[in-house]
Design a protein around this ligand. Structure first.
Ligand SMILES: *Cc1c(COP(=O)(O)O)cnc(C)c1O
Length: 390
C-alpha cells in the first residue's frame, strides 16, 4: 500500500517525548522529560470517582457534560475572575484540554486560514492546525536578562495578516513557565479586537503559579469574552493527568461550533470522573494551594541542582517545567545533549527545539519537569552535578 497517512500529517512521526521516555526506560535514567507527577491527586477526589463507578455511573453522560460539573466550572470562573458563563450553553466538557483544543481549531479554522502561535508551543497545537489545513504564524518567546520569556509586540503585529483567523495563547506557559501579565495580555487583546480574531486560550496550568504570580484569563479583558474560547482541565490542577477531563468556555455561538465538531470526535467524556471533579473544584482548594507551594519549592530544588551542574537556568513563574540553556556546558544543540544525557548522566529531559517552527530559536534549550518527589529531584540533580561539574 502507498503511504496511508494523509499528506498534511506526514511531518508528525513519533514525538520526541516518546523517544526520550523510551531512552529513559532503556537506560534506567530518571525521567524528567514527559511532565507527569509521581504522586497521586487528592484522596477524596479519587475515592469519589471510584465510588461513582461502583454506584453505577457508567453510561453515557450528556454530550456537553454532566450539569453538576458545568455548573461548578461556571461558578468557579465567576468567583475567581468575575467571568460569567451560562452552564447550559457556554461551558462544554471535553476529553481533556487536548480534545477541547482540537475541536476548537477544527471547528473554526478553514483550510488556508492563518493561526498565530507563540513558540515554543505545546506540541498538539501545531498538529491540530495542520489537521485543519491551517497555516501557522509563529511569534517567538525569548528570555530577557532576568530569564523570563516574553514576546515583542511588534513581532506579534507582524505575524497578523488578512488571512489570520485565530491567536492561541497559553498562560501559564508550557514549556517556558511564563505567566503573561495583564499588560502583555492587553497587547494580544488589542490585536484580536483590531483584526476581529478568535482567541483560543489554554489555561491548564491556571493554578500552578509561583512567587505570587497572578493568572489573568484573556477573556476578562475588554472586548475579549465574546471572541475567546477558553480551555482548561483537571490533569495538572489535581495531579491526575490520566483523567482527561477538561472544558471549553466561551460565548454560545463559539461553544456550539466546538460542540458540532466534538460530538463526532468523542461525543462525551467520562461521567463518573466529571461528578468527582465537580465536588473537588471547591472541595479541594486547600489541596491545590498546598500543591502549588510544594511545586514552588521543587522548582527551587531542581533549579539549584541544574545551576550547580552548570546549566543556564531560566526560572519559571508557573507550570512544573524549567527551561535550561545547554551552552554553558559546552553544547550547542539541546537535542544532542538530550539524546546523550540518559547514557552519560542517567537523567532524561526533552529538547525544546521540537516545540519551535524556527528550530534555531530554541536549539540550545532543554526542558526538565520538576513535578517529582524531592528524593527523585535530589537524585537527578546529584547525577547531573557528577556528570558535568566534578
Ligand atoms: C498537559 C497539557 C495539555 C493537555 O491537557 P489534558 O487535559 O491532559 O488533555 C494541554 N495544554 C498544555 C499546555 C499542557 O501542558
Amino acid at each position: 500500500m502507498d503511504e496511508p497517512l494523509v499528506e498534511r500529517m506526514r511531518a508528525y512521526g513519533e514525538t520526541v517525548f516518546a523517544e526520550m521516555s523510551r531512552l529513559a526506560a532503556e537506560t534506567g535514567a530518571i525521567n524528567l522529560g514527559q511532565g507527569f507527577p509521581d504522586t497521586d491527586g487528592p484522596r477524596p477526589l479519587i475515592e469519589a470517582a471510584a465510588g461513582r463507578i461502583r454506584d453505577g455511573v457508567n453510561q453515557y453522560p450528556p454530550g456537553p457534560g454532566r450539569p453538576e460539573l458545568r455548573t461548578a466550572v461556571a461558578a468557579d470562573r465567576a468567583e475567581r475572575f468575575g467571568l460569567e458563563y451560562d452552564p447550559a450553553g457556554e461551558v462544554y466538557i471535553t476529553v481533556g484540554a487536548t480534545a477541547g483544543i482540537a475541536a476548537s481549531v477544527l471547528a473554526t479554522v478553514e483550510p488556508g486560514d492563518e493561526v498565530v502561535l507563540f513558540e515554543p508551543m505545546y506540541d498538539s497545537y501545531a498538529a491540530v492546525v495542520s489537521l485543519a489545513g491551517g497555516v501557522r504564524r509563529p511569534v517567538p518567546l525569548r528570555p530577557g536578562p532576568d530569564g523570563r520569556f516574553t514576546f515583542d509586540p511588534a513581532e506579534l503585529r507582524a505575524a497578523v495578516g488578512p488571512r489570520t483567523r485565530m491567536v492561541v495563547v497559553n498562560s501559564p506557559h508550557n514549556p517556558t513557565g511564563t505567566v503573561l501579565t495583564r499588560a502583555e495580555l492587553e497587547e494580544i487583546a488589542a490585536v484580536c479586537r483590531e483584526h476581529d480574531l478568535i482567541a483560543l486560550t489554554d489555561e491548564v496550568y491556571e493554578h500552578l503559579l509561583f512567587d505570587g504570580a497572578e493568572h489573568v484569563p484573556l477573556a476578562a479583558l475588554p472586548g475579549m469574552r465574546e471572541r475567546t474560547i477558553a480551555v482548561s482541565s483537571v490533569g495538572k490542577t489535581f495531579s491526575v493527568t490520566a483523567w482527561k477531563t477538561g472544558w471549553v468556555m466561551g460565548p454560545a455561538p463559539l461553544v456550539r461550533a466546538v460542540q458540532t465538531v466534538n460530538q463526532f470526535l468523542t461525543f462525551s467524556a467520562n461521567g463518573a470522573l466529571q461528578l468527582a471533579v465537580a465536588e473537588a473544584i471547591t472541595g479541594e482548594r486547600e489541596w491545590v494551594r498546598g500543591q502549588r507551594d510544594a511545586l514552588q519549592a521543587k522548582r527551587d530544588r531542581l533549579s539549584e541542582g541544574l545551576d550547580r551542574a552548570g546549566f543556564g537556568v531560566l526560572r519559571p513563574q508557573g507550570t512544573y517545567f524549567v527551561m535550561a540553556d545547554v551552552r554553558p556546558l559546552g553544547f550547542e544543540d539541546g537535542l544532542e545533549l538530550a539524546r546523550a544525557l540518559p547514557h552519560s548522566a542517567g537523567v532524561a529531559c526533552v529538547p525544546a527545539q521540537v516545540l519551535y517552527d524556527r528550530v534555531e530559536e530554541g536549539r540550545h534549550l532543554v526542558r526538565f519537569a520538576f513535578c517529582k518527589r524531592d528524593e527523585v529531584l535530589d537524585d537527578a540533580a546529584g547525577r547531573l552535578v557528577r556528570a558535568f561539574a566534578s
